[in-house]
Design a protein around this ligand. Structure first.
Ligand code: E4P
Length: 217
C-alpha cells in the first residue's frame, strides 16, 4: 500500500519523506488555508520531495476545471489534478485522461460515485471514511465494498483511503487491499510507535551495559 500525507505543510512532508516511506501528498483548499502559504510554491516544493502531489481545482464547471487543471499540470510532472465528484467533475476527469493528465477524484462517498469516476478516467478515487464515521456510518465498509467491486473488473483506478482519523484506519485500509492511504501528519507520527518496542529497546540497552561491566563483550 502506498502511503501519502494529507497536508499542505512542506516541513511535515520533508520530515516524513526522510523516513523513506512517503509516496505522495494530498492537499485540499482547507489544508492550504490552514497553512496560509502561497499555493503554487507549496505544490512545487512538495513535488521535489514526492512523485505524486494532488492539487485541487476550485472551479465547479467543466471549462473552469479544465483551465485550472491544465495550469496545475503544467507546473510539474508530479502534479495530480484533484477534481470533485460531480457531473462537471466527471467531464473534467474524462478530458484530463484524454490529455494524459493524472487525476484524483475527491469527496467520494458511495460505490456508485467510485464506479462513475473510474469509468470517466480517474487515476485515483478518494473515498472519505472519517467523514462517514462522523455521521454515524462505518466509513471502512465503503472501502470494503469498493475494493470488492474492483476485484471483478479491470479498473486501473487506485483506491485512496482519505479522511483518515487514527492509526487503526491505516491498518484496516491495508487489510482490505486499498492501494493508498492518505494520512494526516499527527497520525503519521503515531505509526512507528509501540510501547513494547520502547520497553524492549530500553531493556536491550540496559542488558548491554550490564554485559560490558561483566566484560563478556
Ligand atoms: C483527501 O484528499 C482529503 O484532503 C482529506 O483526507 C479530507 O480529510 P478530512 O475529512 O479530515 O478533512
Amino acid at each position: 500500500m502506498k502511503l501519502f500525507m494529507d497536508t499542505a505543510n512542506v516541513d511535515h512532508v520533508a520530515e516524513v519523506a526522510g523516513w523513506g516511506v512517503l509516496d505522495g501528498v494530498t492537499t485540499n483548499p482547507s489544508l492550504v488555508a490552514k497553512e496560509g502559504k502561497e499555493f503554487k510554491p507549496t505544490v512545487l516544493a512538495m513535488c521535489k520531495l514526492v512523485p505524486s502531489v494532488s492539487a485541487q481545482v476550485t472551479a465547479t464547471d467543466f471549462e473552469g476545471m479544465k483551465k485550472q487543471g491544465e495550469e496545475y499540470a503544467s507546473w510539474h510532472k508530479h502534479v495530480v489534478v484533484k477534481v470533485p465528484m460531480t457531473v462537471e467533475g466527471l467531464k473534467a476527469l474524462h478530458y484530463f485522461r484524454s490529455k494524459n493528465i493524472r487525476t484524483n477524484t475527491t469527496l467520494v462517498f458511495s460505490v456508485n460515485q467510485a464506479i462513475l469516476a473510474a469509468k470517466a478516467g480517474a487515476n485515483i478515487i478518494s473515498p472519505f471514511i472519517g467523514r462517514l464515521d462522523d455521521i454515524g456510518e462505518e466509513g471502512m465498509d465503503l472501502i470494503a465494498e469498493i475494493v470488492h467491486a474492483w476485484s471483478f473488473y479491470k479498473f486501473d483506478t487506485e483506491v485512496l483511503v482519505a479522511s483518515i482519523r487514527h492509526p487503526r484506519h491505516v491498518a484496516q485500509a491495508a487489510a482490505l487491499g486499498a492501494h493508498i492511504s492518505t494520512i494526516p501528519y499527527d497520525v503519521f507520527k503515531k505509526l512507528p510507535q509501540h510501547t513494547l518496542t520502547d520497553v524492549g529497546l530500553k531493556k536491550f540497552l540496559e542488558d548491554w551495559e550490564r554485559a560490558k561491566k561483566l566484560q563478556v563483550v
